[in-house]
Design a protein around this ligand. Structure first.
Ligand code: FES
Length: 568
């Protein structure tokens, strides 16, 4: 087939009376589409990240059928296409390493295809950020359909077993407290259905961000993956984008400093994942904005935690949904967010909230007069150990101020070789440091910043210690962990010069993190840096172009050419 034009005319190409239009229609007819089908308008692409190599997203295949039904009911032509899919448990070396590649895949497939709008089917942690980044850069009307949380399970005496309960069981196995039979039974009880992690981890945090930014219909984040509500949301998502009377807002219109502030305040109120900081900054960068850790800190400081939901709280995502979900969180924060921002049904959030009756009182969601905490658990810090910043998710009841000697581990092999050594020189006050695991060093910042408590301290009942790393942490983990230390040690950040026995001082309330080594002596030290080899292909592209966490770990050539810091 030869084209007469190379212009990107979206779905209009199917209506072209000439050769290009005929061939567009003819190729679909060969696939079983009727003469009426190929004349439907608009043409809505369905970018699916369903994959057997990504079990969290495996249900998206069935949901795609519902999205298509919604598009058809509204008169449009749905055309599904696959993209890269990124799985947290399966993707090596790390999932973040491939996020930017997936965003490029999404962007280029949107731009290359004869479609007028796109519905992005995602779920597992990196998939929705990658899809949003790609859609913002492509800048055609887009909505997200999240896979939804998987069902909770039961194991031993826990009849509401979530992914957050997996880690303590793994620790029991590490300590020899779980036999082979129990370990095998555990394998079959961990995940009992498709869908994303069933706590307020990164996947649900990012789905909530998509909803608040206006990329998903109000109330669409929390219904379970296999529920009738999720299927209805899929159909609605297809219909609402197709049937829009007015021009649907472009992604670049949805992402403003005000909507980013809304999104961050909502996830603060939800006790969301630390990974949101990196993804929100990358999303902002695609729209020409830079948030910066000072602004994140100011938003966190002035937003109460309202949701008592796992992994940090007590209730399940289903309970939070019953308490009113994301729209109810928006309502309860309405004195500190911008409800003029657009929602994912074509209206403003103020109109959405005016139509919904306030939800009845529910213990899973407090109000601002009676919050779980007066301010968010995320503390952004800078100092001589992290000039570009870092983030701490301060565990409930943990002291905000620490001053203690460190024990330094150089990468995972060193960590696992020594962490359970009976002779390891640690006390409960020691600060554990894991370096060499940043976005370039690992590469891709594996979720290992939540390094294990040394066995001999666990046996004494120690459950939390201060830990510092240039890695990330799973949104399903908790603890007093300082992450995303920037710049990372692999590029010579101060972490690379830290030595076991040095004193580190942390004041999470003041937002500072410093080593207490005299400046001249510290500057004279040789940094400990692993040699990096990435001579070809994507590994080389990543090493040469990826930005540090304070710039969202995006590639320098994918962010907008100019970044504004003052825009609302
Ligand atoms: Fe896929 Fe948690 S591992 S959502």
């Amino acid at each position: 087939m030869s084209q007469r034009s190379i212009s990107r005319d979206g779905g209009r190409l199917f209506a072209d009376p000439g050769q290009d239009g005929l061939l567009h229609r003819a190729f679909l007819r060969g696939g079983g589409f009727s003469a009426e089908d190929v004349r439907r308008s608009p043409v809505i692409g369905i970018a699916s990240s369903a994959s057997e190599l990504n079990p969290c997203n495996a249900g998206l295949g069935d949901l795609a059928a519902e999205v298509k039904a919604g598009v058809r009911e509204a008169g449009g032509l749905p055309l599904e296409f696959p993209t890269i899919s990124i799985s947290e448990p399966y993707t090596r070396p790390t999932s973040l390493y491939l996020r930017n590649l997936m965003s490029m895949d999404v962007e280029e497939m949107i731009l290359a295809s004869p479609i007028d709008g796109v519905i992005l089917l995602g779920g597992c942690d990196k998939t929705i950020p990658a899809q949003l980044m790609g859609a913002i850069s492509a800048d055609i009307p887009a909505l997200v359909l999240a896979a939804g949380p998987r069902p909770v399970s039961c194991f031993q005496d826990n009849d509401a077993f979530t992914v957050g309960d997996v880690w303590p069981v793994c620790e029991k196995r590490r300590l020899g407290q779980l036999d082979d039979e129990e370990w095998f039974a555990f394998e079959g009880r961990t995940n009992i259905g498709v869908g994303t992690c069933n706590v307020m981890g990164t996947a649900t945090t990012m789905a909530a961000i998509a909803e608040v930014l206006g990329f998903a219909p109000p109330g669409s984040t929390l219904p379970a993956a296999a529920s009738s509500a999720r299927r209805e949301i899929a159909r609605l998502t297809g219909a609402v984008l197709t049937a829009a009377d007015n021009p649907w807002p472009r992604p670049s219109e949805l992402v403003t400093m005000a909507s980013l502030e809304n999104a961050f305040r909502v996830i603060t109120a939800l006790g969301g994942s630390t990974n949101a900081l990196i993804h929100l900054e990358a999303i902002a960068g695609r729209a020409g904005l830079r948030i910066g850790i000072e602004r994140f800190e100011q938003w966190s400081r002035t937003t109460p935690v309202l949701a008592d939901v796992r992994p940090a709280g007590s209730f399940l995502l289903d309970d939070l949904d019953a308490a009113g979900g994301i729209p109810e969180v928006m309502r309860r924060l309405s004195d500190r967010i911008d409800t003029d921002a657009l929602a994912g049904d074509g209206r403003r959030w103020s109109e959405v909230l005016a139509e919904r009756a306030p939800a009845a009182a529910h213990p899973a969601l407090r109000d601002t007069q009676n919050p779980i905490a007066e301010r968010g658990a995320l503390r952004m810090m800078r100092g001589s150990l992290a000039p570009g910043g870092c983030v701490m998710k301060l565990a409930a009841g943990a002291p905000a101020v620490r001053r203690a000697p460190v024990v330094v581990f150089d990468g995972l092999d060193d960590l696992y070789a020594r962490i359970d050594d009976p002779d390891l020189d640690v006390t409960p006050e020691t600060i554990l440091v894991l370096r060499g695991l940043g976005v370039i060093g690992a590469p891709g910042m594996p979720e290992v910043g939540h390094l294990p408590i040394p066995r001999k301290l666990m046996e004494q009942g120690v459950e939390d210690m201060t830990r510092i790393s240039d890695a990330r942490m799973s949104g399903t983990s908790t603890g007093s962990v300082i992450l995303h230390v920037t710049p990372e040690s692999a590029v010579g950040g101060p972490l690379a010069k830290l030595r076991t026995g040095d004193i580190v001082e942390i004041d999470a309330d003041a937002g500072t993190i410093d080593h207490c080594v005299p400046a001249a002596g510290f500057a004279a030290r040789e940094p400990i840096m692993q040699p990096m080899t990435a001579e070809r292909g994507y590994a080389r592209l990543h090493r040469e172009h990826v930005l540090q966490p304070d710039a969202g770990c995006d590639f320098d050539f994918l962010t907008a050419a100019e970044l504004r810091t003052d825009a609302r």
